[in-house]
Design a protein around this ligand. Structure first.
Ligand code: HEM
Length: 197
């Protein structure tokens, strides 16, 4: 199994990034929903938000890398018999998922950067990850609607992912267990793909 994608399967870099991003996105959806329900007075709220931001910034970096890697290193084609509507559905879902894994953390970063509080992110409590500089110097009144807009967008995009991620998982399981075309093996480390060395 090489580091680059082949005509038959994903390489180790694409696989590692795929599963890390998947785990982090699921963790951050759970943390995001959980922290929203916590009262301001909860002593753990601050820590949980910083962990959410740290995981999200990691996703942002990994997502930019996976998109660039994919542009430079095309993925294996869909199975030969895939119908035109299924092809369209698969391509549309994958495109939207790539968009979301960049746009969700980016709007989170923008929302925090536009906060009048001006708190940066203590990245996993190891070092300080600065906010984006565009909003510094703006008044509290000017920042408020901007922060609100990014907050709403972050939430809507996250909810889109909450719908789309299970559909993506169901599609993979449908291929594996109903169509039995072993599509999952292309992205799971160690699973053998027919015809692969
Ligand atoms: C994989 C990336 C991310 C995912 C999946 C994600 C998901 C979520 C979800 C589901 C919520 C709750 C939305 C709601 O209650 O409707 C949320 C809220 C929030 N997220 Fe993220 N997030 C990500 C990245 C980030 C990043 C990078 C930051 C900042 C650096 C961030 C900052 C916040 C903040 C501050 C809130 C609370 C917003 C509010 O209550 O107004 N998120 N996120």
């Amino acid at each position: 199994m090489g580091i680059r994608n082949t005509a038959l399967r994903y390489g180790t870099i694409a696989m590692a990034l795929h599963w890390l991003i998947a785990a982090f996105v699921i963790a951050n959806i759970s943390l995001g929903l959980y922290m929203g329900d916590l009262p301001r007075s909860d002593p753990n709220k601050f820590t949980i938000i910083q962990i959410h931001k740290s995981i999200g910034l990691t996703v942002l970096v990994f997502s930019v890398i996976i998109v660039l890697w994919r542009l430079w290193n095309p993925p294996p084609a869909l199975p030969k018999g895939t119908s035109a509507p299924m092809r369209l559905a698969a391509h549309a879902t994958h495109f939207l998922l790539y968009f979301l894994i960049v746009a969700i953390p980016l709007t989170g970063y923008l929302l925090v950067s536009a906060s009048p509080l001006g708190n940066s992110t203590p990245y996993f409590f190891l070092f300080d990850w600065p906010n984006l500089p565009f909003f510094s110097g703006m008044t509290r009144e000017a920042l408020h609607p901007i922060q609100h807009l990014f907050g709403r967008t972050h939430s809507i995009l996250a909810w889109t992912a909450i719908v789309l991620v299970p559909l993506h998982i169901l599609a993979a399981l449908y291929h594996q267990f109903a169509l039995r075309d072993n599509l999952l093996a292309r992205i799971v480390p160690g699973m053998r793909v027919r015809g692969d060395a």
